[in-house]
Design a protein around this ligand. Structure first.
Ligand SMILES: Cc1cc2nc3c(=O)[nH]c(=O)nc-3n(C[C@H](O)[C@H](O)[C@H](O)COP(=O)(O)OP(=O)(O)OC[C@H]3O[C@@H](n4cnc5c(N)ncnc54)[C@H](O)[C@@H]3O)c2cc1C
Length: 563
């Protein structure tokens, strides 16, 4: 008989979402088995932008500094630049700090960038390798690349699944308390549950709407052959074909993506075709080694109708599909894992009710709808811009066209790439496990973030006088901030937390500025650094903790759930 592997959580998929979930669970000592059909982590670069909020989560897990050291050399510019062709006219540029500058600069920033971390420009392939290394370091984790989930059945008390080595070898049976499908866009888990997509797909644009041809290349001579200052993201804007290219290692590796015209069959394109398509964008021939070619579709803004069915949940690209403008797909996938990780752990430990898990869909689905809508807005902004033929002409007509393009693209770059509102401003208003306090949060804007401790949003950040991040003083699970010179007695919280066996810590800070920032002397911070409750005294502590762990419903009306 085939032996059965017993585990708490079976994770299908070892991309960023599955790996982050394995880290959240492993850090909490929850047994999990992760299977991924690929032989190892991603070879192709894929996502290249780790948003600031994702970096804050890597910091919470203790390895943001490792991620920041990956990818480009520390002094490599991370600018976004627009050209007619890479060797043609430069049209617009958004200058951004290098990795080395980012660490220093964030300590002096405030307002929209009140944060523990700035974004980092690094290929997903490097991030995945680091996430895998950490996931494998937890004793309770079993991480298996080269294994695929073949089938599963949710029997009510557990999920029974069959996994199989992709190459050869006998299948194995798994009995898990929960199954998470982090198995990407073609998710077997989502399809088996017959969960349909909602949203839009097939949107056509000159750029970022339709098929894209991707070339992963090694071109040691590229930087010297380009007559412009180095950048991280390079975008071409010309009548013939739109394209973009990111620097992968800051030395010789690049990821180049070109729009495919409707009559072209890019799936049949070879390495020689790749060289010809690249030469169009570059403006001249350039020798390079082709590491891989593939095609992908831009123009999706899709969110699954459900994120959970019984003991089976879906997350990441299995649950939402983005057009990559704004760089939100991988980052939204990581935040799904963060939201799900602590909830699964609490339910499995018995310190929360199963209803806590139901709040995963309630909280993450509206955020997926919000983020896909922002990505679509950015794609419309850059992809519907009409590149007139005069852009590449010398003389006054060309200069006028370039000046107009420059004004437009400089504004666009700030819209798409300076997005503290998108990254810090996602909220869980109306969640059944948040206790609202009757205040109204600031408006949701992509380029502006207004720090607020209004429950359901990210805890406001501050640098402490000793140079430490406020977030570094938070407990890994629950934190009660007791702020100001004379905060109220918090013993009711301590007793109620002990009764529920919650890992709970009180962080006291007499600083009046922090008390003002939170606009209350008490704030309860969840394990994912979301404000769950704030108030002026601790009398309601037992009721508050019942609600935030899914044991009871909060009193008062809730906004309707987004469909
Ligand atoms: C060209 C391009 C550029 C992008 N740029 C950005 C960007 O700048 N920023 C950003 O945030 N996002 C970007 N994205 C999106 C980003 O790559 C994805 O959103 C991200 O990979 C999603 O992570 P995931 O873990 O949910 O899924 P995936 O990375 O797709 O991982 C799913 C995993 O599941 C495995 N799997 C599938 N089926 C099974 C099975 N039955 N059994 C076992 N394993 C299985 C697969 O092998 C795969 O490894 C980009 C995407 C593309 C294509």
């Amino acid at each position: 008989m085939t032996p059965t592997i017993e585990t708490d959580v079976l994770i299908a998929g070892g991309g960023p979402c599955g790996l982050m979930l394995a880290n959240e669970l492993g850090r909490r000592g929850i047994r999990c088995l992760l299977v991924d059909a690929k032989p190892g982590t991603a070879f192709n670069p894929q996502a290249n932008a780790t948003q600031a909020r994702t970096m804050e989560h890597y910091r919470r897990l203790g390895f943001a500094h490792e991620i920041r050291a990956l990818g480009l050399p520390p002094d490599h510019p991370t600018d976004i630049a627009y050209f007619t062709r890479f060797c043609g006219y430069e049209l617009a540029r958004l200058e951004l700090p290098t990795a080395a500058e980012a660490v220093r600069k964030i300590k002096a920033l405030g307002g929209s960038w009140s944060a523990a971390e700035l974004p980092h420009r690094v290929s997903q392939k490097f991030v995945e390798a680091a996430l895998r290394r950490h996931a494998e370091s937890w004793l309770t984790n079993d991480v298996r690349y080269g294994w695929m989930l073949e089938d599963f059945n949710d029997g009510g008390a557990a999920v029974d699944a069959t996994i199989r080595p992709v190459e050869d070898g006998p299948e194995a049976l798994v009995r898990a308390r929960y199954l998470v499908g982090a198995d990407g866009p073609r998710s077997l888990v989502r399809r088996r549950l017959s969960i349909e997509w909602g949203g839009a797909t097939g949107v056509r644009r000159d750029f970022m709407g339709g098929k894209m041809f991707a070339v992963y290349m090694r071109a040691p001579g590229l930087r010297a052959a380009m007559p412009h200052r180095p950048a991280w993201m390079h975008v071409t804007v010309n009548r013939g074909r739109r394209a973009f290219m990111t620097t992968i290692d800051g030395v010789s590796e690049y990821a180049f993506h070109a729009a495919v015209h409707p009559h072209e069959d890019a799936d049949a394109w070879t390495a020689d075709d790749a060289r010809a398509i690249f030469a169009q964008a570059f403006g001249k021939e350039l020798p390079f080694e082709v590491l891989s070619v593939c095609t992908w579709m831009a123009g999706h803004s899709l969110v699954a109708q459900r994120f959970q069915h019984g003991r089976v949940l879906i997350a990441g690209d299995a649950a939402h599909l983005f057009t990559p403008t704004g760089g939100l797909g991988y980052n939204t996938a990581v935040e799904d894992a963060v939201n799900l990780g602590w909830k699964l752990a609490h339910v499995l430990r018995g310190s929360a009710d199963e209803r806590l898990l139901a709040s995963y869909e309630y909280e993450r689905k509206p955020v997926a709808q919000r983020n896909t809508a922002y990505a679509r807005h950015f794609a419309d902004s850059v992809g519907l811009f009409v590149a007139v033929p005069e852009l590449e002409q010398p003389g006054p007509a060309g200069e006028t066209a370039r000046a107009q393009a420059a004004a437009y693209l400089n504004a666009h770059a700030r819209l798409e790439f300076n997005i503290p509102g998108v990254t810090f401003g996602a909220r869980y208003d109306g969640s059944p496990v948040i206790v609202p306090d009757g205040t109204t949060p600031p408006p949701d804007e992509p380029n502006v973030y207004t720090p607020t401790a209004c429950p359901a949003g990210r805890a406001p950040h501050a640098w402490r006088p000793d140079g430490r991040s406020l977030f570094d003083s938070f407990n890994f699970e629950w934190t009660l901030l007791a702020l100001g010179a004379a905060p109220p007695d918090v013993s009711a919280f301590e007793q109620a937390a002990a009764a529920l066996r919650l890992d709970f810590k009180v962080v006291r800070d007499a600083d009046a500025h922090l008390r003002d920032l939170y606009d209350a002397p008490l704030a309860l911070i969840r394990p994912d650094q979301i404000v769950a409750w704030r108030g002026h005294d601790a009398r309601a502590a037992p009721d508050v903790l019942e609600v935030v762990t899914g044991r009871a419903e909060a009193a008062g009306p809730r906004p309707p759930r987004s469909e």
